[in-house]
Design a protein around this ligand. Structure first.
Ligand code: SAH
Length: 346
């Protein structure tokens, strides 16, 4: 017989209720434990003070609470905090707290490493080791919420799935984590304050639309010209722009939510007029906005941030065509916490 204990956070509320019934207690105890786990973020049975000592011991005999540990915290001069987070099996992922005047955003990881191959991203160079479990994503949010309260005197307000990994390649666990982050018995955060960023997996974008998710969608577009996009994101050979557009149309029809396109402009790669025009044409197909993000240098001389004139051209042409556009400055660069820099360097 295996003596390995079960991670209690893999159990549903119903399963917990049943466990108590079968162990000579009342089923509502299951609700109490569920609340300790997903609302109060408890990591130890002994903290569950409304259970009897005997019952806590019974739990201890049957279950473990696998949880993350913030292994190392780095603070940027701009207030950004990067956590290197150790998982129960010793693997490490990173998450980032990004403060602005009005909000604190958590940038969380969904995989150890990444299953995709974007040529400009440091995380893509790490082999994908495994998917994160729902509780491992949840714990990153709880850890950043604590840090936000401690260092910025306010709770976490927003979450972006823009850390390590491709969330749509770990769909089930990401959705479950969001359920626990947003539900009233969990952290009770509004899904409107959550954004999932995908490199663009059409089949899964349609699935999200069918599932009627309530959070926001961002797509890392970077080029509306197939040939260029394939160069930047080789996986896009098998998930081309037509399929992507088709899935985004489907997304908008079902959810009525505008997508955000994330877009880096690189010198000599996508900084010319034909790229700008292709983007405008793409943007006119489905209601959207464009977020131009600054390139964060990784050690590849083939990629360089385009000059200010190219960015200004993009903005001017997009605005002329009434396509909302924002420019996002990088945060936490001094600690390698910016987009595409998460690579477990330490
Ligand atoms: N896999 C998801 C989420 C993680 S990446 C996705 O691709 O969207 C988060 C964002 O950072 C994406 O828009 C990605 O294209 C961008 N990114 C990756 N490397 C970058 C770099 N070196 N500089 C700037 N942005 C980068």
């Amino acid at each position: 017989m295996s003596t390995e204990k079960i991670d209690i956070r893999t159990l549903s509320k119903l399963e917990l209720r049943t466990f108590f019934e079968e162990n000579g207690d009342q089923s509502f105890r299951g609700n109490q434990v569920y609340e300790w786990l997903w609302n109060k973020g408890a990591h130890r049975f002994e903290d569950m003070t409304n259970l009897s000592k005997e019952m806590r011991n019974v739990l201890q005999e049957h279950f473990v609470i696998n949880h993350i540990e913030v292994d190392r915290m780095q603070k940027s001069t701009d207030g950004t905090i990067k956590n290197a987070v150790r998982l129960h099996d010793g693997l490490i992922v990173e998450s980032v707290l990004i403060p602005t005047k009005s909000r604190t955003t958590a940038c969380v990881s969904s995989q150890v490493g990444c299953s995709l191959d974007c040529t400009f991203c440091a995380t893509a160079r790490l082999k994908k080791m495994r998917n994160l479990n729902p509780d491992e994503i949840f714990d990153q949010v709880v850890a950043i919420d604590k840090e936000s309260r401690l260092y910025h005197n306010r709770p976490l307000s927003n979450i972006v799935f823009m850390g390590m990994g491709e969330p749509l390649m770990n769909y089930k666990n990401v959705i479950r984590s969001i359920e626990m982050i947003t539900s009233e018995e969990g952290l009770g955060m509004s899904p409107k304050r959550i954004t999932l960023s995908t490199s663009g997996v059409p089949k899964m974008i349609k699935k999200m639309a069918d599932d009627k998710v309530k959070f926001n969608l961002a797509v890392s577009l970077h080029s509306a010209i197939q040939e260029t996009r394939e160069r930047l994101m080789p996986f896009a050979k098998s998930m081309d722009l037509d399929d992507l557009l088709d899935s985004l149309r489907y997304w908008f029809d079902k959810t009525n939510k505008r997508v955000t396109y994330e877009y880096v402009v690189w010198d000599g790669i996508n900084d010319s007029m034909d790229h700008i025009n292709a983007l405008v044409k793409f943007c006119k197909q489905v209601p959207c906005k464009v977020n131009i993000i600054e390139y964060n240098q990784i050690d590849d001389p083939g990629f360089k941030q385009a000059n200010d004139k190219a960015i200004a051209d993009y903005i001017q042409v997009l605005e002329k065509n009434r396509i909302p556009v924002t420019v996002r400055r990088s945060r936490g660069k001094d600690i390698d916490a910016a987009c595409g820099q998460l690579a477990n360097k330490s």
